[in-house]
Design a protein around this ligand. Sequence first.
Ligand code: NDP
Ligand code: HSE
Length: 436
Amino acid sequence: MNPIRVGLLGLGTVGGGTVEVLRRNREEIARRAGREIVVTMATARDLSKPRTVALEGIELVADPARIVASPGIDIVVELIGGETRAKELVLAAIASGKHVVTANKALLAKHGNEIFAAAHAKGVMVAFEAAVAGGIPIIKAIREGLSANRIEYLMGIINGTCNYILSEMRDKGLAFDVVLAEAQRLGYAEADPSFDIDGIDAAHKLTILSAIAFGIPMQFDKAYTEGIGKLTAADIRYAEGLGYRIKLLGIARRAARGIELRVHPTLVPARRILANVEGVMNAVLVKGDAVGHTLFYGRGAGAEATASAVVADLVDVTRMATADPEHRVPHLAFQPDRLSDAPILPMEEVETAYYLRLRALDRPGVLADVTRICADRAISIDAIFQKEAGEGEEQVDVVILTHVARERDVNAAIRAIEALPTIPAPVVRIRLEELL
Ligand code: NDP
Ligand code: HSE
């Protein structure tokens, strides 16, 4: 059988990794796919830039539109990133009847509904395993392996850069900027690393996961997103002292009145597996009603780990290319005319536990005021700790751990606490999940 011909848009970290893995495992991949998979055309912004991978046999073209329109290409692999040009190229590839493989979570989280509708209408596949959690086959696991289940929730570490930064800062005491620069050098970070740091990349991935887990449309604009930029060394240290680690978690959960969709730093008990996922590794915990808990772990970013997912998609698309489109696995796991309209809950409606840190004047009655404010708003306190005041200091740190409470009530309590004359600084609030 003739090889399947791939046009590669982008020769950066993931594009380079994809060329290398396809070359190195060429025979093994052909034995799996039933045909050889060969990159015949590729593009990048600057074709004169030296590349670390061998590009023999690949026609390099300056204009990506040539690849997308070429009758000699069967599958377009989009690895340039961003939304605008990538969207034009993906839609053009679909319009010309080509299958698409992409690692671009920003594109899918924001324009996936339109892209999948176009692909469905045209009878082509858009595969996106690499868009979530790097090399972990989490899309296939949820979409196919867990398809018997009503998914109750999923939560996990889905940004390698942030996890790498938090691990390196905690273990080696390195400064934030130093570790971020290393994550960029290793090819983990997004082109604009604020997407990582601000939790946006994790929210893109969570949006995709929520769609395939619950059968809802992509609703990135309704995801609550908070990054790691405001975490302080003091909070990381206090959390450790209390037996917790702080992780950037993405959480999607069915609640009574809708679906929680949130990304934020989270205290996790140090004895839980998720708390011990370090460096660039990702892990996703999925709870299905039949299977119970399942946990998926692996490298969340980097050239070859991500290429592993891109090439797996290429194999899948190659195998299914001649199948009747109606008999393929639906892009988002559920049949497109059977999506649910379950609402995404506003963050104020979410219920979780909290770590609160207050800076308080070291005077009698301050803690009584604070606990009364919490009690008045039905916030039950699990533990309260007052740190020793330093020599000659009039202010102390007070850390409160709450039981599960509603975010709206906690926000109201924080406002009331900050209005006390004995509380001279804003309250730090970090959410807490006890997990399994
Ligand atoms: P890089 O920045 O390393 O590579 C991007 C590539 O696209 C470069 O070769 C660049 O050209 C090319 N490019 C950019 N814009 C254009 C354009 N307008 N026209 C033609 N070529 C263009 O990015 P990554 O490989 O890291 O990421 C690619 C995608 O994969 C992104 O969507 C990212 O979110 C996603 N991803 C990345 C992971 C990772 O670990 N890095 C993991 C999972 C997903 P040039 O080389 O000349 O600059
Ligand atoms: N910047 C992303 C991360 C790449 O660090 O997780 C993988 O999607």
